[in-house]
Design a protein around this ligand. Structure first.
Ligand code: AMP
Length: 124
């Protein structure tokens, strides 16, 4: 199993069994905040702020670069416009928020499906 994970990482292949892929297939439950054709937003299981929502596109993509280089502009813009929609829905547009995307091992990425952390509801 460890060997397979290393192979996938080195080859930069999408791991269909990562936890967010399972969430997208509804094999694992999550607290949905918003969902549309291209994206899913749900509460982080280990929140680092009063509001900590994860945003994931529904296409298989490992990280930020993978997402923006392998998808058409409609998918990419739809995802980021949905982020804006959710920021508004969460009521944090005026008070402020932080959006973070960890990428790769130096970036501290744990789940190899591109995601944004949306943090707010207090000073972060
Ligand atoms: P990262 O380190 O950027 O890959 O972040 C992964 C995030 O996913 C962490 O903040 C975890 O708390 C969160 N996480 C892991 N499993 C789940 C889950 N089943 N439901 C919601 N959030 C999760």
């Amino acid at each position: 199993m460890k060997l397979i994970k290393r192979f996938l990482k080195e080859k930069k292949m999408y791991d269909d069994n990562n936890i967010f892929a399972k969430i997208l297939r509804k094999e694992i439950p999550c607290q949905i905040v918003y969902e549309d054709e291209f994206s899913l937003f749900f509460n982080d299981i280990n929140p680092q702020a009063k509001i900590h929502v994860l945003a994931i596109p529904k296409v298989p993509c490992i990280d930020f670069s993978d997402f923006v280089t392998k998808n058409n502009p409609e998918v990419i813009s739809s995802f980021f416009l949905s982020v804006e929609k959710v920021v508004s829905k969460l009521g944090i547009r005026k008070t402020g928020f932080r959006i973070v995307s960890n990428s790769g091992s130096d970036g501290g990425q744990e789940v190899p499906h591109f995601h944004l952390h949306i943090l707010g509801g207090e000073k972060v």
